[in-house]
Design a protein around this ligand. Structure first.
Ligand SMILES: *[C@@H]1O[C@H](CO)[C@@H](O)[C@H](O)[C@H]1NC(C)=O
Ligand SMILES: *[C@@H]1O[C@H](CO)[C@@H](O)[C@H](O)[C@H]1NC(C)=O
Ligand SMILES: *[C@@H]1O[C@H](CO)[C@@H](O)[C@H](O)[C@H]1NC(C)=O
Ligand SMILES: CC(=O)N[C@H]1CO[C@H](CO)[C@@H](O)[C@@H]1O
Length: 861
């Protein structure tokens, strides 16, 4: 009897925990998909009280994207506002077109009871997303939906933001997504939330995105993946690829394409927390110049702010956007910035969302007057937390009235000192108290009535209020419980409008720390407060690759690391690979060893000059990649399997995250381990790889090679069949933009053509692509008569909407030439040529970039 009772005592909770069983009813085909009801039949989820009546809506968004929305049939729940998906797709039809409807690349199949669905690739029947056999729970504060994989240990990517390997681990990992100010602790959730994953299976890809703004986890097991969210609804997009880059394009069509940064912002940036006064900042700019090191933009962290006393005294005031500290006198700052501008350099400052709660401080008084601060749960009093200035209130950027307030503050500041962009920090709503605080040092940890039973991030000892605003804080359009992760989107949107208005509709730079899907349509991102150690260097590569998936292409990490002191060797390696970050900025923490590139020794300075100049020689190439990225929605940095999905040479290609491709043609294999003087690099199949600097053919692909890499060498290779435009580098991007350019042709090792392109515009107007105010040129080298000894290089101007370019093409360098006696001709005229080591050919010419290019090279075998 006792035994039986015990057994029952065990069985009952087990039964209560059995997955709820839902049933699908009333399935109807509509013009754009299906609708149905889903009803709870029996059982319940882990917390009981599951929602009984659900509504299903399936939409065929396009031929390659399907959307599954599941909501509460009886009660409206929180849904992500339209601010996501800021840009409409350029191609896929919004309307239902018979054509793609018929040629959908996927099918969906429903199971009635227990409710489940499967999305299959139409061509092969391959299952891409299947909820069959995975828990489906729909409780107010615990919703889960997932998929299974046909084979164990799938190749999965996404689920950010974190400092972790690019490929997700599949051994029961819990990937938390909730924006917090976390100093890059390995594998923990950081500043951004991206409920997206991409799967790479047998050379093909698919992916899924859960459009949901609540705190959430993705649980990855050997054979399944589950989204768990603690609010909102299920709004799932499944992308069918079939190539990895197509999945990314399909995803970016939903969340908005990445923007094209201002040309200058692709230059080199220098920053530091702890430039004590204006003289120090001026000296940095001067030293860059004296050492012949390129510098486009100098940054100030909070040191510039009025009465900022972070370091020396207790935190007193820091009033961003209000005024400058005594050690940064405003009149001198204005002169300084004017002088920077005269030298074609830029200046950017940091600003935090927290507004010091102090009567008499204009930003505070006006916020109170306009009633635009985020409220406590009483929906009356402003919520207060402590940040650098002390107790602060926080603008509610979701409130339409807030934009005028912010616009006034930002534009007044700009009218005094014409900054070129803003750096939005601490916008995870970082606060030093948990939830809120009302005094000093009173810490409050107030749990809301919406305190959820399941807490993403609890594995790290945190709750939703840890070091941020209370989850029950109230905005004009909802609660912090639902909106926390989206806060940066509203702040960026408002800031962007003001910067454009006040800067004559020029592209400004916004750099944000907190992020969410759609952030990349307007803002750059850096991976936050990393460390001057080798792990952080390695994680910067995965971090940048992941952000490319998330549509935040303009991204970098603090070069040489933020916290702790960088060693000579670490900073050297970091400068090398950092010079190829989409966004390149050396930034350092307060009190840390100085790490500007001229401060080590002459050999270091020379090394840094080489790689900074190398970056500047690639500025047109980078800019063109950003154009392609924005218009065709791809990625600026790519993992190897993106370009070589069918690489049969090595199964490990899916795991490579210490090498990357810049665009499709440059393969970078940096040294990211201490005391290493060589690097083991994989060369993907099907093409020949030339050493980028020398032109030596290094590999025919499908193999691992050990490359020599002394402390001052960054291994970089160019793929045969590609053409890239190279600038003659100068100390600023503006000067570089005017200098002559060259073409680097890495000849195809088959009889195929070699290809490249160049995008040009004025560098900082808005909407140049939409308005057609750009020039797009392609270059093509074609072997003549099925013979690799003779090739003809021509350009084709695809769009000529920007004609101010006066660049001269003054040389063509060709790798992989067959033969060493070459003759080059253009329009009957013979051009001077020179053969160098490794069969590289240099052809000298003088042709305007917008003129017709037609060069025939004939080499004797
Ligand atoms: C996944 O499953 C496979 C096959 O069952 C097994 O070999 C492998 O070790 C598992 N991997 C993990 C990470 O659990
Ligand atoms: C908070 O108050 C405002 C204005 O009084 C009102 O419009 C809004 O609906 C309230 N929000 C909540 C969540 O009660
Ligand atoms: C690539 O293949 C060609 C033709 O087989 C061969 O001559 C050449 O040595 C190979 N190059 C390398 C770097 O292995
Ligand atoms: C990504 C990373 O490198 N994180 C580590 C940085 O260094 C600190 C201190 O050593 C570690 O705690 C992080 O995990």
């Amino acid at each position: 009897m006792k035994l039986l009772l015990l057994v029952i005592a065990f069985i009952v909770p087990l039964l209560a925990n059995a997955d709820p069983v839902y049933r699908l009813l009333n399935l109807k085909a509509t013009d754009v998909g299906y609708t149905a009801d889903i009803t709870l039949q029996e059982g319940s989820g882990p917390y009981g009280s599951d929602i009984k009546n659900l509504k299903l809506e399936t939409t065929f968004e396009s031929e390659d994207t399907i959307r599954i929305k599941i909501t509460d049939r009886d009660r409206r729940r929180w849904e992500v506002p339209k601010v996501v998906k800021t840009k409409q797709p350029t191609q896929p039809p919004k309307k239902v077109s018979i054509l793609w409807f018929a040629f959908r690349l996927y099918d969906i199949h429903f199971e009635e009871k227990p409710f489940s669905f499967e999305i299959k690739r139409a061509s092969s029947g391959e299952v891409l997303f299947s909820t069959r056999g995975t828990p489906f729970v729909y409780f107010d504060q615990y919703i889960t939906i997932g998929t299974t994989f046909p084979k164990p240990d799938p190749n999965l990517y996404g689920a950010g933001e974190r400092a972790a390997p690019f490929r997700l681990e599949t051994n029961n990992q819990r990937y938390t997504m909730f924006n917090i100010d976390n100093p890059n602790f390995y594998k923990e959730n950081l500043y951004g939330t991206h409920p997206f994953f991409l799967e790479f299976r047998d050379g093909r890809s698919s992916g899924a995105f859960l459009l949901n703004s609540n705190a959430q986890d993705i649980i990855v097991n050997n054979q399944s993946l589950n989204f768990i969210t603690i609010g909102g609804i299920i709004d799932l997009f499944v992308f069918v690829g079939p190539s990895p880059s197509q999945v990314v394009k399909q995803y970016h069509t939903v969340i908005g394409a990445p923007f094209i940064p201002a040309f200058w912002s692709l230059g080199w940036h220098q920053s530091r927390f702890g430039y004590h006064n204006i003289q120090e900042v001026q000296q940095v700019v001067q030293k860059y110049k004296e050492n012949d090191l390129p510098l486009d933009t100098i940054w100030n962290d909070i040191d510039y702010m009025q009465a900022c006393e972070i370091h020396h005294h207790h935190h007193s005031l820091s009033l961003g956007l209000q005024g400058f500290h005594d050690r940064y006198p405003e009149d001198q700052m204005r002169q300084f910035v004017d002088k920077l501008h005269a030298n074609n350099q830029q200046y950017i400052v940091i600003v935090d969302p927290g507004i010091k709660k102090q009567v008499g401080y204009r930003a505070y008084d006006e916020g109170v007057r306009d009633d635009i601060f985020i409220k406590r749960s009483d929906n009356k009093t402003d919520i207060v937390n402590k940040v650098w200035p002390g107790l602060c209130t926080f603008p509610d950027f979701t409130n339409p009235k807030c934009h005028q307030y912010w616009d006034r503050l930002v534009s007044d500041f700009l009218s005094r000192v014409p900054i070129d962009g803003l750096w939005l920090d601490m916008n995870e709503q970082s606060g030093f108290c948990d939830g809120e605080c009302n005094g000093d040092p009173i810490i409050k940890n107030k749990f809301s009535h919406r305190n959820p039973p399941y807490v993403p991030g609890s594995q790290f000892g945190r709750n939703l209020n840890s070091k941020t605003l209370s989850s029950d804080a109230i905005y004009s359009i909802g609660s912090n419980y639902d909106l926390h992760n989206m806060y940066p989107l509203y702040q960026i949107e408002s800031t962007s409008r003001t910067l454009q208005r006040t800067r004559n509709n020029k592209r400004a730079m916004i750099l944000t720390r907190a992020n969410f899907p759609s952030t990349g349509t307007l803002s750059a991102h850096w991976t936050g407060d990393n460390w001057s150690n080798w792990l952080s260097l390695r994680m910067s590569l995965s971090g940048i690759l992941s952000m490319q998936l998330f549509g935040i292409s303009f991204v970098g990490s603090d070069i040489c690391g933020f916290q702790e002191d960088a060693t000579y060797e670490l900073c050297a390696r970091w400068t090398q690979v950092g010079s190829l970050y989409p966004f390149s900025r050396n930034h350092n923490g307060m009190g840390r060893k100085l790490q500007e590139p001229y401060l080590f020794d002459q050999a270091f300075t020379n090394m840094a000059r080489k790689y900074l100049y190398n970056r500047y020689s690639l500025l047109f190439h980078l800019y063109t990649l950003f154009y392609e990225n924005s218009v065709h929605k791809g990625m600026v940095w790519r993992p190897l399997f993106f370009e070589f999905a069918l690489d049969k040479g090595n199964d490990g290609i899916a795991r490579i995250d210490e090498q990357f491709l810049l665009g499709s043609s440059l393969l970078c294999s940096p040294v990211v381990y201490e005391r290493a003087s060589s690097v083991r690099a994989y060369f993907p199949s099907g093409v020949t790889w030339y050493d980028y600097y020398s032109g030596e053919a290094v590999s025919n692909g499908s193999e691992w090679r050990v490359l020599r890499a002394p402390w001052d060498h960054l291994p970089l290779h160019i793929r045969s069949g590609s053409i890239i435009v190279k600038n003659t580098p100068a100390l600023t991007s503006a000067q570089t933009k005017k200098n002559p350019i060259g073409l680097l042709v890495a000849l195809s090792d088959t009889l195929d053509d070699s290809l490249g392109s160049l995008y040009l515009d004025d560098g900082d107007s808005l909407n140049t692509v939409d308005l057609g105010k750009y020039t797009l040129i392609t270059y093509r080298s074609v072997y003549q008569g099925g013979n690799r000894n003779v090739f003809r290089l021509q350009n084709e101007i695809l769009n000529l909407g920007y004609t101010q370019s006066s660049n001269t093409i003054d040389c063509i360098i060709v790798y992989g030439v067959k033969g060493n006696d070459c003759k080059a001709e253009s329009g009957g005229a013979v051009l001077p040529t020179k053969i160098g080591p490794f069969n590289t050919l240099t052809v000298n010419l003088q042709v305007n970039v917008l003129s017709k290019l037609d060069v025939v090279v004939n080499c004797k075998p």
